[in-house]
Design a protein around this ligand. Structure first.
Ligand code: ZN
Ligand code: ZN
Length: 243
């Protein structure tokens, strides 16, 4: 595995579904060569095979001039070394791509609302959105871990099992009540992990996006759709795996 250099526009296939030119710098008149890490293409080919659909590279290699002109781009971006690609797949949620990438060992993953950044760094860094909210994993937030976090936040015995004591101590949370309760962050993480990505960033504050995600969850779990997680009631039971 190595980082190779190609002429811009080179149509050579590096793997069965990826040609060198797909990684070309998207700037115009700024450079005439393209750096591509073979390891990155290997990961992308696996992703291509897994979903069985074209993987579009929105941004691959970036020369220093183009990187400098790219909004939100880091000065040490892996795109500068040909080690990163921002990708989308038609009809596949970015979170699904991030999850699969994690499962095959990609260590640099950024989940954005409309694409996924993947890179071949060697020390793990997972994040969500332009604000770079750190994430331990995209694969989920295990129920037991969630229950422990809730128990810590509400002062219940921390044993990872959601029994009557835990339920009795759950607070009512919503946009309008206890919006900054310590338990909000855990609920945001859990909703996100369950696929309710509209919940947005895990910031510990129940806002408009929290309300939307809770309503969606309630609708799909046959709870009263109100955007409020009421103390001790069905939405809490469903979230805690008891419903
Ligand atoms: Zn360029
Ligand atoms: Zn990127």
């Amino acid at each position: 595995m190595a980082i190779k250099t190609y002429e811009k526009g080179d149509s050579t296939h590096i793997t069965p579904n990826f040609r060198a030119r797909e990684f070309d710098c998207k700037g115009s008149g700024c450079c005439d060569q393209t750096k591509i890490d073979e390891k990155l293409v290997g990961f992308l080919q696996k992703i291509r095979d897994r979903f069985g659909k074209p993987v579009y590279i929105l941004s691959g290699y970036r020369c220093p001039a183009h990187n400098g002109n790219t909004a939100n781009a880091s000065k040490t971006s892996k795109h500068l070394q040909g080690m990163a690609a921002d990708v989308t797949i038609d009809g596949v949620e970015p979170l699904k791509i991030a999850q699969y990438a994690e499962s095959i060992g990609v260590l640099g993953i950024g989940h954005y609302d409309d694409f996924v950044h993947l890179d071949t760094r060697e020390k793990k860094a997972f994040w969500y959105s332009h604000n770079q909210v750190y994430r331990r994993s995209f694969l989920g937030y295990a129920l037991q871990e969630f229950v422990c976090d809730v128990q810590k936040a509400i002062g219940a015995k921390v044993d990872g099992i959601a029994g009557p004591e835990t339920l009795s101590k759950t607070p009512t949370i919503s946009r309008w009540r206890n919006r900054k309760h310590p338990v909000v962050a855990a609920v945001q993480k859990r909703l996100y992990a369950l696929g309710y990505t509209v919940v947005g960033e895990v910031d510990g504050i129940a806002g408009r996006k929290f309300d939307t995600a809770v309503r969606k969850f309630q609708k799909e779990h046959n709870c009263v759709v109100e955007g409020v997680i009421t103390a001790g009631e069905k939405t809490w039971k469903c979230l805690l795996g008891e419903g």
